[in-house]
Design a protein around this ligand. Structure first.
Ligand code: FES
Length: 86
């Protein structure tokens, strides 16, 4: 099987009740705005998910099969650099 090196990096953001309370919607909007402003739309896709069962640690985000908790807009640079860690 051949890996497509140009495929998009998916960033999964929890859209569950507790993460919404902790700012996941604002995080998603800011992340999408940053992706657009950095002209990275061909590199990243933001995907909302259901609860990831880490509700007390939300907002929950998964990038590259790694889970991150208590993610805020201050972490966007780090999230967008996860592609390089592949
Ligand atoms: S609500 Fe986000 S992990 Fe449960």
């Amino acid at each position: 099987m051949k890996k497509d090196r140009n495929q998009k990096q998916y960033i999964f953001i929890c859209n569950g009740k507790d993460c919404l309370k902790n700012g996941s919607r604002a995080l998603r909007k800011e992340l999408e705005r940053e992706i657009k402003s950095r002209k990275l739309k061909n590199s990243y896709q933001v995907v909302e998910t259901r609860c990831m069962d880490h509700c007390k640690e939300g907002p929950s985000v998964v990038v590259n099969n790694c889970w991150y908790g208590k993610v805020s807009t201050k972490d966007i640079d780090a999230l967008l650099s996860k592609k390089a860690a592949r």
